[in-house]
Design a protein around this ligand. Structure first.
Ligand SMILES: Nc1ncnc2c1ncn2[C@@H]1O[C@H](COP(=O)(O)OP(=O)(O)O)[C@@H](O)[C@H]1O
Ligand SMILES: [Mg+2]
Length: 251
């Protein structure tokens, strides 16, 4: 479904990824780990077609299509969804307005506005966010944790089939992290999307058990394995587990 082959990515002439490969099949849960600055968010930005990240070599296919020929709107229409490490604030556009427009764009049957608002209210209650947030501007003046929960609300409404969670845990308190992880797990059980999780948090992976774990270092994936690899890293650290030594670190 998603195949990244030998990509080299540059930002402002600095090479961030080189000969990077990753393949994710429908319904698989993968985790991407790596030290700060290794290039994890860069992978998510490339997939969502942020044009600051120039793919100078390699190819990416999504559902058999050339992703590098698609723009952000097209990859989103194809079901790719990113919970950004730092969700953007969009002043002047409310969550409800954006979601109704996005659903129309998906060609879904126009929902009665009362029914639509009721479904958003139910989601707010499930995610323990004030129902008034539905009519607030997207992420505007919200706390870090509230933003992450709102992004999850968007996910439940838009029903993407490929989800990238870039440090969804950052900004969440212990209870909210559990609630968010359980919500993602419930979404996975319901719709079986592919998921790429970028995280440093064991608590998240204890609930959403990943099948595949990859470590990014020296601009590429240097080790892949299963959940035990993540546990080793949580216990011993990247250098303690001899996965990344100092010469591997991103300059
Ligand atoms: N838009 C950008 N402009 C300049 N440098 C960037 C930009 N985005 C990322 N970088 C640099 O690329 C490297 C990888 O960043 P990032 O992908 O955010 O790492 P990670 O998510 O693994 O912490 C870092 O050194 C970062 O400073
Ligand atoms: Mg990052």
């Amino acid at each position: 479904m998603l195949k990244i082959e030998n990509i080299t990515v540059k930002v402002l002439d600095k090479t961030i990824l080189e000969d990077f490969n990753l393949e994710i099949q429908p319904g698989e849960i993968h985790v991407l780990m790596g030290q700060n600055g290794a290039g994890k968010s860069t992978v998510s930005k490339v997939l969502l077609r942020d044009m600051h990240y120039e793919v100078v070599k390699g190819c990416i296919t999504l559902n058999g299509k050339d992703l590098l020929k698609m723009n952000t709107t097209e990859v989103a229409r194809d079901g790719l969804f990113l919970v950004n490490q730092n969700p953007v604030e969009i002043k002047g556009v409310s969550n409800a307005e954006m979601l109704r427009t996005a659903l129309n764009d998906q060609g879904k049957k126009e929902q009665n506005i009362l029914e639509f608002n009721r479904s958003l209210t139910t989601l707010c209650e499930k995610l323990e966010i004030p129902t008034s947030f539905i009519h607030r501007d997207i992420n505007y003046n919200m706390s870090g944790g509230e933003k992450k929960k709102m992004e999850l609300l968007h996910m439940w409404v838009l029903k993407p089939n490929f989800i990238i969670l870039d440090e969804i845990d950052s900004g969440l308190d212990v209870d909210s992290l559990k609630l968010v992880a359980k919500s993602i797990q419930e979404y996975y059980e319901s719709y079986k999307p592919s998921i790429l999780i970028i995280t440093h948090q064991k608590a998240l992976l204890d609930i959403i058990k990943p099948e595949f774990v990859h470590v990014l270092g020296n601009k590429k994936i240097i080790q892949s394995g299963h959940y035990e690899l993540a546990l080793k890293i949580f216990n011993e650290g990247f250098s303690g587990a001899s996965i990344i030594d100092k010469s591997d670190a991103c300059e």
